[in-house]
Design a protein around this ligand. Structure first.
Ligand code: ADP
Ligand code: MG
Length: 625
């Protein structure tokens, strides 16, 4: 049925090679229950993933019903996984906001099965695993054993010939484990089941055959099989990739492993949503998924802010609470509080992030909290302007105003790739007027797909705009905004405090003043990358860095560093206000956030590595910028 021939799979990480599969040869019967035993890290999961087509081997061959997979294209692997394989993982991977039956149907959503039949098959599978009464509940209402039954129902709903299970009882108590084992044994009467387990007793009690694994090699096989020549021709039945297959691919990338951070779970769950959207429109299979993963990841940069929220609670399956038999209470932080973290974004940390290989993270955007003194000439007269999108005529503090306050000036920061190029903008954004920015002094105007632009962005730039008004590209492209250095902008009063000046014309021509130009108007190319940068002005991180360098030793910064009172108002202030003021004046070179735009899901491991190496108590958050 299945045969591995001299399969090798090596991982190279930081100069060391791990032989996850070190010349593995083994054959499996069309119907048997095989248990794979072995210590953690011995290569069990890698083998299962190779067998299931979730992972590729480096060399050797995997024969499916005698057919070599050496020349398999992505679409062939998709067809194989979709039609022939069912997967069960330790961590169930159920979608918490869907009902049980929807979770099972999800496996067939796009596989071409008509809706009524899908429902029928899902019901049959749920009855088969003993969950008839629970079909309309949500995963949170089930016990661990029941959740695993749902995952099993989902895996068998398409009636696969091969069922792969990776430590399916790893999170269950022994009684429940036995029940699940009985169920899997039952299912193995109709198909090949290969199950990885930690538990030798369970393996020997239920399986027909036990294979022991160590160091990427088979050490012992209790019931070896020799595959005869091709029996029946294996036909790849190309149907649309199922939604669940897409999910499996994503989940496979986020299987909770030691050292993995929750940020990926969240990033990937967003990726999954994009994948679903794309699959609904396209039959481009793996290629499309690759594209979507990268797009989803781009739209979800790993954002490490000074304070972060851990969003792991979005997924079910890991932290099931059980009834306590204790005679005391335990003091616990609320989930919301636990999710809050303070990150230390030190220079050392930044230096570490910058060592991340370019192939993993093409773009890294560092945002500083520094403000900018901006002025623009409108009808022959200079006035102060901002890049903010908060309503200039309103006193209400809205979210974007708060954002502007915390980041200094508003607007978004777009990343420059680490070779100094504009790969980010060029990949995700199309220029609809003007050109891509070429220097730190080039800024861009980001508009929505329908060519709408945030009216407040225009107002704050000094334009008079009415809702619905048509704005010509030529009136915006080429617009110049001046950034004035602190020393030209503020002057010291005899009282010792500082005041912003009003002679803007003089400021405009001062030596340290920089001229920013709206180089182009851009909008997203693909619907998947919508929302990467918000509508309004975007500028490069290099600009804030420049401004920071100009202002860090300015008179007002030096004075504020020496004073506990506010040097502009003269009022006393608390420490956090003082530090925010100092940051906004350009007196702090600590980044307010670092956004890493990964090329693949692999980045999460690198981030986890950063964390381990520096042992700083930062935590990471992923969120839309
Ligand atoms: P098991 O399932 O037996 O615990 P795995 O198959 O997950 O083991 O891993 C086998 C070895 O390969 C381990 O040393 C693991 O660290 C390494 N490995 C697995 N996946 C990766 C990866 N994506 N990158 C680097 N090393 C990996
Ligand atoms: Mg494993």
């Amino acid at each position: 049925m299945l045969e591995l021939k001299h399969i090798k799979k090596y991982y190279n990480v930081g100069g060391t090679t791990t032989k996850a599969q070190d010349d593995v040869s083994v054959a499996f019967r069309q119907q048997e229950f095989v248990a794979i035993l072995g210590p953690s890290g011995s290569g069990k999961t890698t083998m299962l993933n190779i067998i299931g087509g979730l992972d590729r081997y480096d060399s050797g061959d995997l024969l499916i019903k005698g057919k070599s997979t050496k020349a398999f294209k992505d679409a062939d692997w998709d067809a194989y996984r979709n039609n022939s394989v069912g997967f069960i993982f330790q961590s169930y991977n159920l979608i918490s906001h869907l009902s049980i039956i929807d979770n099972v149907e999800m496996g067939m959503t796009l596989s071409g099965v008509p809706a009524a039949e899908k429902k029928q098959r899902a019901e049959d599978a749920l009855i088969r695993v003993g969950l008839k009464e629970h079909m309309h509940k949500s995963p949170q209402q089930l016990s661990g054993g029941q959740m695993q039954r749902v995952a099993i129902a989902r895996a068998i709903a398409n009636d696969p010939e091969i069922l792969l299970a990776d430590e399916p009882t790893g999170a269950l108590d022994s009684e429940t484990s036995e029940e699940i084992m009985k169920l899997i044994r039952d299912l193995s009467k109709e198909r090949l089941v290969i199950m990885v387990t930690h538990n030798p007793q369970l393996a020997r009690k239920y399986a027909d055959r036990v294979i022991e694994f160590a160091d990427g090699q088979i050490q012992h096989d209790s019931n070896p099989h020799v595959e005869h020549e091709k029996t029946d021709e294996f036909k790849l039945n190309r149907t649309k990739m199922s939604y669940w297959t897409a999910l499996k691919l994503s989940f496979n990338n986020i299987r909770t492993k030691k050292g993995r951070t929750f940020l990926t779970v969240f990033a990937s769950s967003i990726g999954i949503i994009s994948i679903a959207v794309v699959l609904a429109l396209s039959n481009g299979f793996q290629k499309q998924i690759d594209k979507t993963q990268s797009e989803a990841m781009a739209s979800m940069p790993v954002r490490i802010s000074q304070t972060g929220t851990d969003t792991s609670s979005m997924m079910t399956g890991t932290k099931t609470k059980t009834f306590s038999k204790a005679d005391h209470l335990t003091a616990e932080k609320s989930d919301a509080e636990k999710a809050q973290h303070t990150n230390k974004l030190t220079k050392k940390y930044l230096a570490y992030v910058n060592q991340m290989p370019k192939k993993d993270a093409k773009n890294i955007a560092v945002t500083y909290g520094t403000g900018m003194n901006l002025i623009r000439e409108v009808n022959g007269k200079y006035k102060t302007v901002t890049f903010s999108t908060s309503d200039p005529d309103s006193n209400t503090v809205n979210a974007s105003a708060m954002m502007a306050a915390s980041t200094g000036i508003g607007g978004s920061v777009y990343p420059i790739d680490r070779n100094g190029g504009q790969s980010f903008l060029k990949t995700y954004y199309k220029v609809i007027a003007g050109k891509y920015p070429t220097s730190a002094n080039d800024i861009i105007l980001v508009v929505n797909k329908d060519n709408s632009v945030d009216i407040n962005a225009l107002k704050n730039l000094g334009y008079t705009a009415k809702e619905g008004q048509k704005v010509q590209y030529k009136d915006l492209v080429g617009t110049q905004v001046k950034v004035v250095a602190n020393d030209d902008y503020y002057s010291k009063l005899p009282t010792g405090t500082y005041m912003p000046g009003t002679d803007y014309a003089k400021m405009a021509s001062a030596a340290k003043t920089k001229t920013l130009t709206i180089a182009g108007i851009v909008r997203v190319k693909s619907k998947n990358s919508d929302g990467l940068l918000s509508s309004g002005i975007a500028y490069s991180a290099a600009l804030t860095k420049d401004v920071l360098n100009t202002n860090k030793d300015s008179a007002i910064v030096t004075a504020q560093k020496a004073s506990s009172a506010n040097v502009i108002t003269g009022q006393t202030m608390d420490n956090s206000t003082r530090s925010a003021l100092l940051t906004s004046l350009g007196g702090s070179s600590t980044p307010s956030s670092i956004q890493i735009y990964p090329t693949t899901f692999k980045l999460k491991d690198k981030v986890a590595n950063c964390k381990n190496k520096l042992a700083t108590p930062w935590h990471d958050t992923v969120r839309r910028t």
